[in-house]
Design a protein around this ligand. Structure first.
Ligand SMILES: Nc1nc2c(ncn2[C@@H]2O[C@H](COP(=O)(O)OP(=O)(O)OP(=O)(O)O)[C@@H](O)[C@H]2O)c(=O)[nH]1
Ligand SMILES: [Mg+2]
Length: 354
């Protein structure tokens, strides 16, 4: 396992997520630096903190330094040249996770495209800086090379797009086929690690990779399930994450597109989170669904991991999400199977299909 020094925020929820991201990317954190702000212009952190970090880096000799914010190319360069280590910012860390996990042809293409977009944003800034500062050779590349680099990324992106379009069309054909057969579809959505795949497995009786790590699922998996003798199609989806940059949402949109055509949507929520984190994740999840254009009247909420809480705690969490009076909500445990049958009944009351 590669080792890392993590620079992140003081806030508990931000720290938790950063640790999970490092874990998902396969980095062992050997030291953590917590800061209130990570947006100082030159290095992201203050000169004082940088001095200390220099010492720690020398002592611990980590493989990489992970910076839990987006870094401008110049900031990344400043940090890397001072600390003499590879610096991974939040987005490149997420991209690394996506890259390790992508298994289907579509998700692999999407990750490639997202990586190129990440590079493109940086290439543009490098070009801009070279022009403004009139510093040929800034960051080791001259203007000519920057232009070539820029064009090269563009070309690569252009070759991926039609391939992605082709896979997307195939998926659309599959979906139309299912519609023709009159199958109703249910999709599971939610924040990463909320337990979608565990619930999917419980409902389908199949086994799919599920784990504590984030982003275990990188493409939609669809299976047929039978409820009271009626066939339905159930889809597992990619997990949401807070602060996922727009260009990544774009790249992953085609996987989430499935959510637009689903008859029923079940949002899986991990209610074992601290209330602030719970609210934040829930909001971020609902915002993403909104951005995708998913209709709200078909949304159910499965409040998962209830096995880890007492009844009083569950009530508190329900209130925290303002769902205490919702008749679209079921408190479940995908792990123990608690209320799974009830969830099915809530989602498909008998009258719905008789
Ligand atoms: N205690 C408890 N743990 C659960 C429950 N459901 C899921 N988990 C655990 O939560 C972790 C994440 O579960 P997954 O099913 O992989 O989550 P996911 O939402 O599919 O995550 P991504 O695919 O990464 O978006 C795993 O370690 C599960 O064992 C539950 O009801 N109770
Ligand atoms: Mg999953």
């Amino acid at each position: 396992m590669k080792s890392a020094i993590l620079i992140t925020y003081l806030r508990h929820d931000a720290l938790n997520e950063a640790v999970s991201l490092c874990d998902a990317a396969g980095y062992k954190i050997i030291h953590t630096i917590k800061q209130k702000f990570l947006k100082k212009p030159k290095y992201g952190i203050s000169a004082g903190v940088l001095e200390k970090l220099k010492e720690t880096t020398k002592d611990l000799n980590p493989d990489v330094i992970i910076f839990d914010e987006l870094l401008k190319p110049r900031q990344n360069y400043n940090l890397a040249s001072t600390l003499r280590k590879q610096i991974l910012d939040r987005e490149s860390l997420i991209l690394e996770i996506f890259e390790n996990r992508a298994s289907s042809k579509e998700s692999k293409l999407q990750v490639k495209l997202a990586k190129l977009k990440y590079e493109m944003v940086r290439a543009k800034e490098k070009v801009r800086l070279t022009k403004i500062a009139e510093q040929p050779g800034f960051m080791g590349i001259g203007k000519f090379e920057v232009d070539v680099y820029h064009t090269d990324i563009k070309n690569k992106m252009q070759t991926i797009k039609p391939k992605l379009e082709k896979v997307r069309k195939q998926r659309e054909l599959h979906r139309k086929g299912r519609e023709r057969h009159g199958f109703k579809t249910i999709a599971l959505a939610g924040y990463t690690s909320s337990g979608k795949t565990t619930l999917f497995n419980k409902m389908t009786g199949e086994f799919h990779e599920q784990s504590k790590q984030l982003f275990t699922t990188l493409s939609t998996t669809t299976r047929r399930i039978t409820i009271n003798g009626e066939p339905f199609l159930l889809s597992d989806t990619v997990g949401f994450i807070s602060k996922l940059p727009a260009y990544m949402i774009d790249a992953f949109k085609s996987t989430l597109e499935e959510l637009l055509f689903t008859n029923i949507l079940i949002v899986v929520v991990d209610i074992n989170d601290y209330s602030l984190e719970l609210q934040k994740k829930f909001k971020s999840c609902m915002r993403t669904l909104n951005e995708l254009g998913v209709k709200t009247d078909q949304i159910y909420f499965a409040l998962n991991k209830s096995d880890l809480l007492t009844n009083d705690q569950i009530d508190e969490q329900l209130e925290c999400l303002n769902l205490q009076n919702s008749n679209m909500t079921m408190v479940i445990s995908a792990k123990t199977g608690k209320n799974i049958e009830e969830l099915k009944k809530l989602v498909f009351p008998k009258t719905n299909y008789q």
